[in-house]
Design a protein around this ligand. Sequence first.
Ligand code: HEM
Length: 531
Amino acid sequence: TWLMRMQSSQRSTYRTLGNIPGPSSHSWLKGNFMKFFDRHGEIFQQDVALNYGPIVRLEGRCGRKILYVSDPKALHTMLIKEENVYEATDAFFASRRLIFGECLLATAGEHHRRQRKILNPVFSVSHMRHMLPIFYNVIFKLREVVRTKVEAGKSNIDVLEWTGRAALELIGQGGLGYSFDPLAADTETRNEYGDALKALNANLMQVEIFIRYADVLIELGPRRFRRFVTDIFPHPHLQRVKDVIDTMDEKSRAIFREKETALENGDKAVLHQVGEGKDIMSVFIKANNAASEQDRLPENELIAQMSLLLSAATDTTSNTLSRILYLLAEHRELQSKLREEILESDAGSGNISYDELNKLPLLDAVCRETLRRYPPVTNLVRAPRKDSVLPLSEPICGVDGTMMKEVAIPKGTELLIGTFGCNVNKALWGEDSLEWKPERWLSPLPRAVTEASIPGVYSNLMSFMGGKRACIGFKFSEMEMKVVLSVMLSNFTFELTDKPIEWNIGVVWYPTIGRHSDLPQLLLKVGLYKA
Ligand code: HEM
């Protein structure tokens, strides 16, 4: 009877999940959830986010239910109140361990807390203030690269290529104290390492099937056997991902050795290095050496954090910057207004403090609004470690007409964090929530937004997530966007070309020319700005 009672309670929980509204599925076997992960899944993701309410049922394989959650109260429960229950899935942890090593994205609980504790101070505002001049120096070089191209009569420029080079060089110099790219005006080199990181973003979505079972695959035989099987497996995307991981690991190890030697040789050697010892990795290695025995991280974890930082800091910010420049090319009047604000404050020449730069109202509004309307990361998954209940801000109406104030979630149910759904929720942001309107940030936000307890770490938005696993680099990213926009808009103008731009879903959204190209790229017509 005990078993029967348990089975009947499970059946009733699954009935509840089935009662949650969602888009229809034509195949019990395949379900409809892979549409969410499809490169061209924008319309499906919008449909899910907007048309079924704040919690939506998707169909997984063989009738498994997957929920998309954008209700602020439910998200608050998942990310803050019961953060230890709603963890990433085992498959996610295993895949990140395979890709980067024992980094922040691969650890949980106390282990994760210890890693964050050592890393947090180097992402603080006071550390950002130190790094501002390093950022300006890099972007001034970049300005000359772009100027040389434009003066040579090349007006259609791949903006993603140089926002990518900027992001890599900034996390290189500001993050690791290492220069990847001399950013010399006469070099046309695509950076091999930058290209590898971009390839990781696009190709990871194509190996989603392996990632879903990574926790099982990682247990199959000894490491050498798994490597052998991977080497001969005829899957081009898997091979590309493997090559990128190898490159990343090699490079991170080499940089780490260099850094460590410099630190062993004393502060003078470090001061002559790129980043002058203010970079994240130098501070991090020093903090780690000074930490108590039990808080100290082993060497392989430091190297894993380097690989993660390089990957987490590049496509995210560079693709967001490209999106901003694309939107400014569409909204030319706003581009002029923003340029005026920047020129008036002298932010383009670097004569500005971190705090003043941060406070420029239109610049800030453009960054926030772009992150709100176009969150660059929309595929985030959690699963409760035990049977749980998600409370909702407002009751929802089930498929059979019953009202639900909360939803029982069986252990292990896959939950997609509704970043986009929460950011464009009409009940919070108003009927125009889908419009890109930086002006909305120039007056107080709607009370519905400020009172909803949205758990996002940044500005009532879910774009950098919330809770203990929120993005550690959001201030770094914000500063990067503001420095790049200030320098570039005071020197150049941006217009659309006649090439159609398509935005694709990857681990981070990315642009291509047309629907079918595999090359992440954003062509804009760039001209010299003359006052
Ligand atoms: C527009 C830019 C960015 C966006 C939208 C973004 C977004 C995110 C999101 C959504 C997460 C949570 C991922 C998950 O739980 O699976 C995350 C985590 C993370 N981000 Fe960012 N990020 C950005 C820029 C950066 C930068 C510039 C850095 C480093 C300098 C960075 C470093 C990290 C790290 C290390 C984590 C893992 C944190 C942890 O698990 O404790 N990110 N980011």
